[in-house]
Design a protein around this ligand. Sequence first.
Ligand code: NG6
Ligand code: CA
Length: 509
Amino acid sequence: MKPLLLTAALPAALLGACADRAEAPERPNILFIYADDLGIGDLSCYGGVIPTPNLDRLAAEGQRFTNAYATSSVSTPSRFGLLTGMYPWRQRNTGIAPGNSELIIDTACYTLADALHGAGYGTGAVGKWHLGLGPAGGTDFNVEIRPDARDIGFDYEYVIPATVDRVPCVFVENGRVVGLDPADPITVSYGSKVGDWPTGRENPELVRMHPSPGQGHDNTIVNGIPRIGFMTGGRAALWVDEGIADTIATKAVRFISDHADRPFFLYMGTNDVHVPRMPHPRFAGRSGHGSRGDVILQLDWTVGEVLRSLDSLGIADRTLVIFTSDNGPVIDDGYLDQSVELLGDHTPMGTYRGGKYSLFEAGTRIPMLVRWPARVRPGVQEALFSQIDIYRSLAALTGAALPEGAAPDSRDRLPELLGERHEDRAFVVQQNVSNALSILSEGWKYLEPSNGERYNALVDIELGNSPSPQLYDIVSDPGERIDLADEYPERVECLSRWLDEIRGGSRAK
Ligand code: NG6
Ligand code: CA
């Protein structure tokens, strides 16, 4: 009733704006942008020193989350959790997928894409995929690949099968390798060498970007960059690394403009800021912080391109944009690209401990921005939020009907997603690369005991593993410096039991 009483005193322009807001379309387009390995300190709107004006615009026009988490500290499980609404650790085979992995989401699973498709949305996946393609036993890249994204709810796919540091170095569009010459078939192996293309190990003199010692990026050389895994064939289809961001932006913009007249859901995965970091020449050397900084500029440009397309199509107001990252940052992730040397005063991890791969905060506490001009008011969202809830929140927003058993770990947190309510999630579960879990609730974070390595010297990241349970007061000690497990044994016991119950499924709903 309050707004009615106030209307008499409001100027006409403001009244118009209120009316627009009241008439906000119930079912906006949904543009979900998943950046890769972007840290909570990487954007200038989160205090980073590298200018990211387009992402800052998104933050200024929407909600900027400060306590949002990916489910996991590496890519494949986070993406799995997002699209299935089920914790990835409930299913085997959800670790970092090789480039010839089978599709790891069961086609019987009712995914977020299925839900939105069922609600009448046109659905597309563009960019990094990393959930496998094809049947068990290894993908054949020379035939139409099924099952693929189209078998789990997407109408359209244009994807990088895994990561850019993994073979095959090709895009797949609707099950077909783009530009493949059938006379030059592709063979891929993650075991031993196939074909006669040089490798980084045998021919280091041929590479233009050297692998970091001991990390394994010294197999087949493609475009002068040694990759993980071996491939041969498909020469005409090979991507050009410096053009990948442009390709992803172009395909995303095309999908958006093709769907300007009906509701769409675009799941867009950038390759930036994952390794190998090979920015387009217009970004190379521009950040002053090495190639990792340069690809942050490129990521920001990419987001700017899609925002501009929404503006020029006149659909920005009725498009919900969610921008976030699949896991936290890493500086040296396998190539000697000067990112460590030139990092300077840039702090990708913010003030948090750990990084990509880790159970500590910097592994999973990620940047997240949500903009929907017709409904979301600008502000900062401090509520505890997990990406696992995006599924049911979007299902609620779009009126999607979910079958029994869908998205078992996801909760409808639409008011938090839109910044209309600020309640903490009761708990957030995080997973590291060793599959150790932590639970964060009411400011207390319990990390279960794990025999995984404590510190990965190759990437210079503490993984959060310890044979003893750890307990941190995240509110007063967000940097996780003071382990309070010995001081609060009952709290440890209680959170440990809760985590077990969630694992067992009884209290997860
Ligand atoms: C790791 C790779 C790393 C990166 C990561 C996947 C090694 C030593 N390191 O195994 O370079 O590719 O997998 O990153 O092989 S993710 O963001 O896609 O999860
Ligand atoms: Ca990642």
